[in-house]
Design a binder for this molecule. Structure first.
Ligand code: UD1
Ligand code: PEP
Length: 427
């Protein structure tokens, strides 16, 4: 299995291109199931999760065609054709590798009136149940059966009536699923306490481009008036605000100066605010974010929250950065119950972190030391990369497949701005 090897201590500087967003790609790809016409997605990141989602769509009978991809390009153009579907089942061996597979549930029911999807089970960052996906689907008229580790959702008479649902807590995936199911319902659906993440806005904008009628986009109440059918479209995946935030932390932790190119700055407000509070200079220049860290980092008090709050997907990267701040930071993880898997690994590199329940106290240390480390999820792995970039000596990060799920050509992008980083096979 591959490892990433980093010899730390290099100050990063230069321009780094930001890819299309993983979490937007994973909800835009299933939209293709809603129409017989082709859906072309531009700026699709080259990621293991995108490949896995393509594989899942193929399994359902859709074709996926990559157009004009030169090896040196970041991102790709993919046309998905779901003219005829041959299956309505997302099997366990794909769902267990990629939780976002659950996002075929809504569009399959919306398109053909039936979906069978394996239950995803827990994962490294917590329990992650899908009860809210199912409750929301029921509220707009789906019948739900659970058997043998699978959920079967059906629309009586082949088409959902539509209906109203107010989420008890904010869920990104459940909002995405119910929106995708509701766009072709017979009637109107009102979704309250909907997630407002930029990826949901991207999803709604793509669906509107396909002929859907959605109002309240970007607010906590989405009103969806079902239409008979959707048509094809060409749509560009939004920039990855989490990838950009991760590289902003790379600039900060190495005392570097990076220009992150091709970002949507408004989507990154909470991250930018936190960086500035940490003493990092941030300059906003159109779709370029310059992140410059000339001096020592200041400690922070941060709690994760649904958008527009501070993203849980940025918590591990900020924690790595704050291990080198001058003073004690307090981080509180409010979204997932077990998202501190990076703490023991950061501690092995010399970090001083104490976790009590959902809160972590990070006392800044003078330096980190390189070490062999591994993590059990994507952002935890990125926090170890960041620590490795700043550490004295060599860090080897194992289980690179986590990083390949969410960071397009990580080592190439970091090498280009001065990092001493490479990928090696385990032998
Ligand atoms: C592919 C994708 O876009 N993944 C993102 C998505 O995950 P995902 O969509 O899985 O996350 P949710 O927003 O649904 O989860 C939020 C909270 O709700 C809980 N919950 C969720 C659904 C449900 O049916 N029941 C329930 O209790 C979860 O366990 C969690 O505690 O949003 C998360 C929160 O911003 C991000 O960390 C993930 O990167
Ligand atoms: C938790 C994440 O992704 P997923 O929901 O796909 O596991 C993430 O992107 O940090």
């Amino acid at each position: 299995m591959d490892r990433i090897i980093i010899r730390g201590g290099k100050r990063l500087s230069g321009r780094l291109p930001i890819s299309g967003a993983k979490n937007a790609a994973l909800t835009l790809m299933p939209c293709a199931l809603l129409t017989e016409e082709p859906l072309t997605l531009r700026n699709l990141p080259r990621l293991a999760d995108v490949d896995s989602f393509g594989h899942l769509l193929n399994q359902l009978g859709a074709s996926t065609q990559i157009e004009g991809a030169r090896p040196e390009d970041f991102g790709r153009v993919m046309t998905i054709r779901a003219g005829k579907l041959t299956s309505t089942e997302a099997p366990y061996d794909i769902v267990r590798k990629m939780r976002a597979s659950i996002l075929v549930l809504g569009p399959l029911v919306g398109r053909g009136g039936e979906a069978v999807v394996s239950l995803p089970g827990g994962c490294a960052i917590g329990n992650r149940p899908i009860d809210l996906h199912l409750k929301a689907m029921e509220a707009i008229g789906a019948e739900i059966e659970l058997a043998a580790g699978y959920v079967k959702a059906t629309a009586p008479g082949g088409r959902l009536p539509g209906g109203d649902y107010v989420f008890p807590i904010v869920s990104v995936g459940a909002t995405e699923n119910v929106v995708m199911a509701a766009v072709t319902a017979r009637g109107v659906s009102r979704i309250g306490n909907a997630a407002r993440e930029p990826e949901i806005v991207d999803l709604c904008n793509c669906l509107v481009a396909m002929g859907a009628k959605i109002s309240g986009i970007g607010t906590e109440t989405l009103i969806i008036t079902g239409v008979e059918r959707l048509h094809g479209a060409t749509y560009a995946v939004m920039p990855d605000r989490i990838e950009a935030g991760s590289y902003a932390c790379a600039a900060a932790i190495t005392g570097g100066d990076l220009e992150l190119a091709g970002v949507d700055i408004e989507d990154m407000r909470a991250t930018i605010t936190a960086l500035v509070q940490a003493g990092v200079e941030v300059e906003e220049k159109g779709d370029v974010l310059r992140v410059n860290a000339p001096g020592p980092l200041k400690p922070l008090t941060l709690a994760t929250a649904p958008f527009p709050g501070f993203a849980t997907d940025m918590q591990a990267q900020f924690m790595a950065m704050l291990t080198l701040a001058e003073g004690a930071s307090v981080l509180t993880e409010t979204i997932f119950e077990n998202r501190y898997m990076h703490v023991p690994e950061l501690a092995r590199m010399g970090a001083d972190i104490h976790v009590s329940g959902r809160t972590a106290v990070v006392r800044g240390v003078a330096k980190l030391n390189g070490a062999p480390v591994m993590a059990t999820d994507l952002r935890a792995s990125m926090s170890l990369i960041l620590a490795g970039l700043a550490a004295e000596g060599e860090t080897q990060v194992a289980r690179v497949y986590h990083l390949d799920r969410g960071y397009e050509r990580l080592e190439e992008k970091l090498q280009a701005v001065g990092a001493d980083i490479e990928r090696a096979g385990d032998g």
